[in-house]
Design a binder for this molecule. Structure first.
Ligand SMILES: NC(=O)c1ccc[n+]([C@@H]2O[C@H](COP(=O)([O-])OP(=O)(O)OC[C@H]3O[C@@H](n4cnc5c(N)ncnc54)[C@H](O)[C@@H]3O)[C@@H](O)[C@H]2O)c1
Length: 353
């Protein structure tokens, strides 16, 4: 990110909230969504932060998503529920889903919530953070519109669907969170590289002729690749099975693209599984062992170029500490888009170029 001015988290939340309110979302929905979107910026996951606001607003304006959905949880068994997201923004269904899933885990040990008729839910870590603060180990899966080829294909078919796992550590604000897109890199970051004419590593994408490229623009016009060859391709396929087919959502290339397909609901699916940490030992014993592992890992001999070894979730925690102190920086391109929204909806903007 390359803006000289940095913004307070509260400025970004207020702006997002005010836009969503003007678009027609109620107070509660605007609050839930603005908090979750800006949490991504705060953790340095800017590809899934306020940059996405114009896309969500556009989807609502085009009536491809509902402003204020009506949720219906359906009981499948004592600890398994299904939720129809009623085509609201994915943040709402996912937020309700993880709360239910954690409550089920607290009562029954394990909870499972499957969600269909949802939309893009942003940064998966949001839901894992909630689960880990509530002493749960959690998996949060989603499928997504087609962006990645199955191994060996030259056409997008599966989503960049993140694999997301989290569990608590001693520090409530620094859980172990492995939250990774099944693409080599988030598409937002590829777009940024294209705009800034930044070279990308070979292996991230093919150009439109199917040749490996390190040119951001050619990559953006071509096809993104999964991480780790057939292994990442397998994970994005798996995500389509568990979060798409299993939940009753769209699947097999049918999830509509949030940015440019307004022909109907996206019907994204999510799957959440939460387990209490104290099922086989006390919570404190679980945490002690996690911390023991961290200590051992930190003391290992470092590979060339590494001063320290971080656990998944730790880089984002460090971003959070830095952003909390210095403020959150936004690129000029994002500010221009946000100010257009501000003008359209007559909302006061804190953003200056
Ligand atoms: N909703 C959707 O459809 C969708 C689709 C794709 C991506 N996303 C979101 O995009 C976000 C970004 O995904 P990404 O794959 O670009 O993330 P990333 O590559 O920045 O990080 C992936 C994981 O690696 C860990 N990590 C990074 N550097 C590390 C280091 N030095 N040591 C140890 N661990 C390290 C991170 O903590 C993270 O858990 C995620 O929040 C994801 O949920 C959402």
């Amino acid at each position: 990110m390359n803006s000289s001015k940095r913004y307070k988290k509260s400025e970004l939340i207020n702006f997002t909230y005010n836009i969503l309110k003007k678009v027609g979302l109620n107070n509660s929905n605007s609050k839930i969504i603005s908090d979750l979107i800006i949490r991504a910026d705060e953790r340095g996951v800017w590809s899934h932060g306020i940059v996405r606001l114009p896309v969500y607003v556009n989807r609502i304006e085009k009536k491809a998503a509902k402003k204020n959905p009506n949720f219906k949880f359906k009981k499948i068994s004592n600890n398994i529920f299904h939720l129809s997201g009623d085509n609201g923004l994915g943040y709402l269904a996912a937020n309700a889903g993880i709360k239910k899933c954690v409550a089920l885990a607290k009562e029954k040990g394990i909870g499972l919530v499957a969600i269909s008729k949802s939309n893009h839910f942003g940064m998966a870590a949001n839901y894992l953070e909630f689960a880990s603060k509530n002493k749960c180990i959690a998996w949060v899966y989603t499928n997504a519109s087609k962006a990645l080829p199955p191994h060996g294909a030259m056409a997008p078919f599966f989503g960049t669907s993140p694999f997301a796992f989290g569990c608590p550590t001693k520090n409530k604000n620094k859980p172990f969170i492995l939250d990774m897109a099944s693409s080599s890199v988030a598409r937002g970051k590829l777009k940024f590289a294209a705009q800034k004419k930044i070279k990308i590593p070979f292996g991230y994408a093919l150009d439109k002729f199917g040749k490996p490229t390190n040119d951001g623009s050619k990559a953006f016009e071509g096809i993104m690749l999964p991480f780790g060859g057939m292994k990442g391709a397998g994970i994005s396929w798996m995500m389509d099975i568990v979060a798409g087919i299993f939940t009753g959502a769209n699947h097999s290339g049918k999830v509509k693209n949030a940015i440019n397909d307004f022909s109907g609901p996206s019907n994204v699916g999510h799957l959440m599984i939460c387990m209490r940490t104290d099922l086989f030992q006390s919570h404190n014993s679980f945490i002690k062992k996690i911390e023991f592992g961290f200590k051992k890992v930190k003391k290992l001999k470092k590979a060339k170029g590494f001063k320290t070894i971080l656990h998944p979730g730790e880089p984002e925690y460090l971003n959070y500490l830095s952003n909390k102190k210095k403020g959150i920086s936004l690129s000029r391109g994002i500010i221009i888009e946000l100010n257009k929204l501000a003008q359209k909806y007559n909302v006061k903007t804190p953003f200056k170029i």
